[in-house]
Design a protein around this ligand. Structure first.
Ligand code: NAD
Length: 416
């Protein structure tokens, strides 16, 4: 039927990510039986649902082996448990400054005692053939060093965000991986998350009309003054590179555009020992050549608050909460049949870390450029340096366009 009502069309379009995801259940529609008879199974989904080729789940021996470097909160609470939901990756080695901790984590995940390394003897990992990817989950200032050492060991690199603490470090990391002919991916988990991906598709296919504004916030109360996040040498900055980065990166990947100017302010509560080296809060507005503008606030000293809204001439779409590990929710509104109509589509829970691990594993197996390679992290660092310059100098700072594409091909919805 050609003549869809705007309401129906909108609901279908917003649910597109759901259908594509759910169609993962269509695998094995036809299974050869031993007697040479082909057993045909009916498709699980209705014929009106999109059918995607879902890749098979790799058996353990064929999975891509990951070494986890750094056994802090993110590694222990999110990444290692996510391997249970991964289809192509498995943990095979650990790198830690604490041998006892490494041993007990290894026992929990079935990692061989001989596959444990300290930061000092990390380079021995070159001889461990099971390790194909090194996943760096260390304080930001250590990302460049371990990326260079991993590349030298001939291993592919998955590196946590922020990519590093400066543009210069990002450039070194990209060069090291290029020289060693290994892949480099930055762990921008939101770019593998289904709701974010559905909103990016809506925006970039014109479903919101012309993009006008992006408004976002990512704040939390960061308490412990002794945390490395409050030391400039280890973190590179305060709220901006840690959590403001989610707003910055989302403005770019949701719109598919690159900013050319930024105006920013940073602020810290006077006399607060947590913020003698890094900013508590950052507020910035980026403008894009199309007239689109993105405004974000991010603070280490506000009650937890994570949201965004992407506004176009015909509709808006957003998330509240956004950027979190789980519990994400989408909202969207447009005029339908003469009424401003709000929809809140439900998406099944998806483990962002498992999807990210699987994307990296498949890029390694299939020799593909990751969707979020080093160039994506580098571009964010260029913009963050412009944000700090704008805050220092109290003026608008221009941002040169990236010299080339910053992203590899998007994973299709059946893939991640
Ligand atoms: P954390 O403090 O919990 O863990 C850091 C680990 O690094 C610890 O095991 C610590 O022992 C080790 N380490 C080694 N040398 C250190 C040093 N000199 N000082 C301090 N720690 C040292 O930090 P985290 O929250 O796990 O963050 C690690 C990385 O992951 C950071 O780059 C952070 O930005 C990133 N991260 C990403 C997400 C995400 O959602 N993608 C979430 C949290 C953290």
């Amino acid at each position: 039927m050609q003549n869809k009502s705007p309401r129906r069309h909108f609901l279908q379009m917003a649910g597109g990510g759901l259908a594509a995801l759910a169609s993962g259940a269509t695998m094995a529609a036809s299974t050869p039986a031993s007697a040479g008879v082909t057993v045909k199974l009916p498709p699980i989904l209705n014929a009106t649902e999109a059918q995607t080729k879902d890749p098979v789940i790799s058996p353990p021996g064929k999975r891509v082996g990951f070494a986890i470097v750094g056994l802090g909160h993110l590694a222990l609470e999110e990444v290692l448990p996510a391997f249970a939901q991964s289809r192509f990756a498995r943990p095979v080695a650990l790198v830690s400054g604490d041998g006892n901790k490494a041993q007990s984590v290894a026992a929990q995940y079935g990692i061989a005692p001989k596959a444990l390394y300290s930061y000092d003897d990390f380079d021995r990992i070159a001889h461990n053939k099971q390790v194909e990817v090194i996943y760096i989950i260390l304080p930001n200032s250590m990302h460049a060093e371990f990326t260079e050492r991993a590349a030298k060991a001939g291993k592919h690199v998955l590196c946590e965000k922020p990519m590093a603490t400066s543009v210069a470090e990002c450039e070194r990391m990209i060069a090291a991986c290029r020289t060693a002919k290994v892949r480099l991916m930055i762990a921008y988990r939101s770019q593998y998350e289904p709701i974010d991906r559905a909103i990016a598709k809506m925006a970039q296919s014109g479903q919101l009309g012309a993009l006008r504004e992006f408004i976002a916030g990512n704040s939390q109360r960061q308490g412990d003054v002794n945390q490395w996040r409050h030391r400039k040498a280890l973190a590179g900055g305060g709220a901006l590179p840690d959590i403001g980065l989610y707003c910055l990166n989302a403005a770019r990947f949701l719109s598919g555009e690159e900013p050319t100017e930024v105006m920013a302010r940073v602020w810290s509560p006077p006399g607060d020992a947590r913020f003698t080296e890094v900013e508590a809060a950052v507020r910035f507005t980026m403008t894009f050549p199309s007239g689109f503008a993105a405004t974000a606030v991010s603070s280490y000293d506000s009650h937890e608050s994570r949201f965004f809204r992407l506004q176009g001439t015909d509709a808006w779409a957003g998330m509240n909460p956004a950027f979190a590990y789980e519990g994400l929710k989408m909202q969207s509104a447009r005029l339908m049949d003469g009424h401003d109509t709000l929809i809140e589509p439900h998406f099944p829970a998806a483990n962002q870390f498992a999807r990210e691990l699987d994307h990296m594993a498949r890029c390694v197996r299939e020799n593909r450029i990751p969707h979020t390679p080093g160039e994506e992290g580098l571009q964010d660092h260029r913009i963050m340096e412009a944000i700090y310059q704008s805050a220092r100098e109290g003026r608008v700072v221009t941002i040169a366009p990236p010299p080339g594409p910053t992203r590899g091909p998007a994973p299709d919805d059946g893939e991640v």
